[in-house]
Ligand binder design. Structure first.
Ligand code: NDP
Length: 523
């Protein structure tokens, strides 16, 4: 890594320069994967939003870049009565292949798409699907390997898993089946009890190694990079503890409101939608201990331990640890926006929180006394995801007589969105005759000097599922420990007599409720 030795200022940050030879390894080695086995990908809920916005574009991009196994078949299922031809047309409209090469690739890819009309709660309907899949497999060389992707309303997960199991589609390596995997989108239950019920339904027909609980945040390159950054460098890890770190802030904010998803969001709110899954995963990567090897089970063991170390909130003083908010009317980029309560499908007296800031403490030797401020919300001023590690101030300032004020402490920012960056702030002497300091930054941009393929989160998650790699997926013990932390908080907030009084309002396009500034008191 080289640093620019020219004079620097805030507007001209020091660039961390990266070139392939500096990486000490062949970049190609990072992208060459073992090929996945031929398989069928059965999407239950193929007429829905997730399929057209995320799954199909990801599958097509993987196909176009040679990332899918040969052969691969995609079987879309939904209640909507479509033929194969109609399904292919809808998916083409969603994927929008442009240019001759893309269109030719789409023609080849779309020949692999099939559609079946299925009503999941009905066992007979799934039995019909099972016969279709067996016939399809016998005409191809997929070896009966199948992924069942539940892109369904979560209320259908249990009945879909049960009916798939009862139709004999859960067993592996017999009755015409090869390996079988089932993929679930969050939410994994709505609290600890329901997550356990869901798990019991899944495990009645599928073993844990077959269950892939997806968290697409984990598949983002920069989120994966947290572990590399911490454990592939010797200079950061010695500082990664209560001795040097004052506090950590993890923020994932959106400018979007509830959009058309009020049916899902109203009973969920921000804690179930963002905290139980994405925010907890980022926290675990930031704070977990190093596993002995970079293997799925060992990494997931460390995450589970971290979730067990989260200190329960004192329920009689919850406001010292949590601010919940809901957006009112406001403006973003000059556009007037309605209040949450005025959005389509939302109860005009809704008490659902669209914003939360939490102060979390981790009870172990490494983190004792270091608060983690975790924030997420809708309709905020910016769409951004970042982790900021605020180091402690120097223990003693020899410049105090000359400078007359405290020295700003170092700060490390891991940017996840919109900029995939790592930024370290530090102090330098201001050039000139007088002694004064200024804060400068050393910046690394994740895409800098890298021209290879970049997988988006759903491409990576789908590929890992085809490869049977569970590293980026939730294990049930992690889900339960995360719920065990959150469920008492949810109960205390939702059952309290003054639920409305606890909710703080903020204007759309603002930084969130003013009360979060009160909570954000570093140690
Ligand atoms: P949609 O409501 O858009 O789609 C739901 C799908 O389920 C449709 O294909 C619908 O079929 C099908 N469906 C509903 N009821 C039945 C039934 N009884 N029998 C058969 N099919 C049925 O939901 P999304 O695509 O938005 O979400 C799917 C899942 O993914 C949810 O669990 C959601 O929480 C999760 N998720 C979604 C994200 C997104 O960006 N959309 C992001 C992260 C997670 P039909 O329309 O033909 O009736």
């Amino acid at each position: 890594m080289e640093t620019d030795s020219r004079p620097i200022s805030r507007s001209a940050p020091v660039m961390a320069s990266v070139s392939a030879p500096d990486l000490g390894m062949d970049i190609g080695a990072c992208v060459a994967a073992v090929p996945a086995d031929p398989c069928s990908i059965v999407i239950l809920g193929a007429s829905g939003d997730l399929t057209s916005r995320k799954l199909m574009p990801a599958l097509f991009k993987l196909y176009r870049n040679g990332g899918l196994p040969e052969p691969v078949l995609v079987v879309g299922c939904g209640r909507t009565q479509w033929t194969d031809v109609e399904f292919r047309g809808r998916m083409q409209a969603a994927v929008r292949p442009a240019g001759e090469r893309d269109l030719a690739a789409w023609q080849r890819f779309s020949a692999r798409l099939h559609y079946r009309c299925v009503n999941y709660p009905e066992a007979a309907s799934i039995g019909e699907l099972a016969r279709f899949l067996r016939a399809l497999d016998s005409d191809s060389t997929t070896g009966g390997n199948r992924i069942f992707y539940l892109a369904l309303p979560p209320t259908l997960y249990r009945s879909a898993a049960r009916n798939l199991g009862q139709a004999g589609l859960g067993v592996e390596n017999r009755d015409g089946n090869g390996w079988t995997r089932i993929v679930l989108e969050k939410p994994f239950g709505t609290d600890l009890a329901t997550s356990r019920e869901l798990d019991r339904s899944l495990h009645a027909h599928f073993q844990e190694h077959q269950v892939f609980r997806i968290d697409h945040y984990l598949a983002k390159e920069t989120v994966q990079n947290i572990l590399m950054f911490r454990f592939a460098n010797s200079i950061f890890e010695p500082l990664w503890n209560r001795r040097y770190i004052d506090h950590v802030s993890i923020r994932a904010t959106e400018t979007l409101g509830v959009e058309h998803r009020a049916g899902y969001y109203e009973p969920s709110g921000v804690l179930r939608d963002m905290f139980q899954n994405h925010m907890m995963q980022i926290l675990s990567l930031m704070a977990m201990e190093p596993p002995p090897r970079f293997e799925a089970e060992l990494v997931r063991d460390e995450k589970a331990k971290l979730f067990s170390a989260l200190r329960p909130f004192p329920l009689d003083r919850i406001e010292d640890y949590l601010v919940l908010g809901q957006y009112t009317a406001g403006m973003i980029d000059g556009n007037p926006l309605p209040a949450y309560r005025e959005e389509q499908g939302v109860d005009p007296a809704s008490l659902t929180p669209t914003y939360a800031m939490m102060k979390v403490q981790v009870d172990n030797w490494r983190w004792q006394g270091v608060p983690f401020f975790i924030t997420s919300g809708k309709r905020l001023a910016q769409k951004a995801t970042e982790i900021a590690i605020q180091f402690k101030q120097v223990p003693y300032s020899m410049f105090r007589h000359t400078l007359g004020g405290p020295i700003s402490a170092n700060r490390l920012i891991l940017g996840i969105y919109p900029d995939e960056t790592i930024t370290l702030t530090f102090q330098t002497k201001n050039p000139g005759a007088t002694v004064c300091l200024r804060t400068v930054t050393m910046d690394f941009n994740y895409q800098q000097n890298y021209t290879g393929p970049v997988l988006d989160a759903y491409e990576k998650a789908l590929l890992d599922c085809m490869l049977g790699d569970q590293m980026l997926f939730w294990r049930q013990d992690g889900v339960e420990r995360s719920w065990a932390f959150l469920t008492p908080i949810l109960d205390a907030c939702e059952r309290c007599s003054d639920r409305g009084g606890r909710l703080k309002f903020y204007a759309a396009g603002s930084e969130g409720p003013a009360e979060s500034r009160r909570l954000f008191k570093p140690s």
